[in-house]
Design a protein around this ligand. Structure first.
Ligand code: SAH
Length: 253
């Protein structure tokens, strides 16, 4: 049996948002590897062995997947959203670079998924219509000073900013601190979108201004989008507003 390793994105939650390519890889797999809540999203079936791990064990998990593929298994490592965005694909390549030289010749493929920022943006309008960036607010893998520097420079450059991992019970203060810093750099009126559990039954999306934004509206399943100075909010009587960022900036008309 020839082994392979696919690092697959399961999208934000809804089954319709899993790509056919990922579904096909899951159907052929012998082994499924990932953080337990993501593994739980894949239906059980005979012949599919499940390897669940804790959230913090990314490199160990990557090593396990590589050893299984080298032994001839057909392995799918699952991430939520896109596997290349703050997720397992980079961890696997880190393990490949540091590990057994034979791993470099394995059949390794990255199968893209719909990242939370794209799913969230689509629900509210088109906030990512102009230049944007994504910042992971967690300081598990980088110093908090670097997070603050990036936030400040991104705001000064007038990017729309997608904030992943906005807070957790272990670090409840970070999003509040981020809002404070962003208020120093951006007009109070820029739209801020809290997109929680996008595409799940528990989905909740709201748009406020930076002036009104409070960290308590977010949890670890929330994607927070900070508008640029050009991001617009279209109020609607019958429902939530549309939020969009025009396609052009600074172009003489
Ligand atoms: N690889 C994933 C991101 C992993 S980091 C992706 O591309 O989406 C985990 C963070 O993603 C969460 O803290 C949250 O900020 C965001 N996220 C993941 N799924 C989400 C969903 N369904 N709705 C809103 N945010 C989500």
């Amino acid at each position: 049996m020839t082994g392979w390793l696919a690092i697959a994105g399961l999208g934000p939650g809804a089954a319709q948002l899993v790509t056919p390519e990922v579904t096909a890889a899951l159907a052929e797999a012998t082994d499924l590897v990932g953080y337990a809540p993501y593994v739980a999203r894949v239906p059980e079936r005979p012949g599919l062995t499940r390897h669940r791990s804790d959230n913090r064990e990314e490199i160990d998990r990557a090593g396990l997947a590589l050893r299984l593929a080298a032994a001839g298994k057909r392995v799918v490592v699952v991430s939520s959203g896109d596997p290349g965005v703050f997720a397992m694909a980079a961890a696997v390549f880190e393990a490949v670079e540091a590990g057994d030289p034979a791993w470099r010749d394995l059949d390794i493929r990255v199968l893209p998924g719909i990242s939370a920022m794209f799913a969230a943006a689509a629900r509210i309008g088109a906030p990512l219509g102009h230049d944007f960036c994504a910042i992971n607010l967690s300081d598990n893998l980088k110093p908090w000073e670097l997070v603050e520097r990036r936030l400040r420079l991104a705001a000064q450059a007038d990017f729309v900013i997608a904030l992943y991992n906005p807070l957790s019970s272990a670090r409840p203060w970070q999003l509040g601190r981020a809002f404070e810093l962003l208020r120093e750099e951006l007009p109070d009126s820029v739209p801020v979108v809290f997109a929680r559990a996008v595409s799940d039954a528990a989905e909740a999306i709201e748009a406020v201004t930076l002036r009104e934004a409070v960290a308590g509206r977010a949890d670890m399943r929330t994607l927070v989008l900070i508008g640029s100075s050009r991001t617009r909010l279209i109020a609607r009587a019958g429902g939530p507003p549309f939020v969009y960022t025009p396609r052009s900036a600074g172009v003489p008309s």
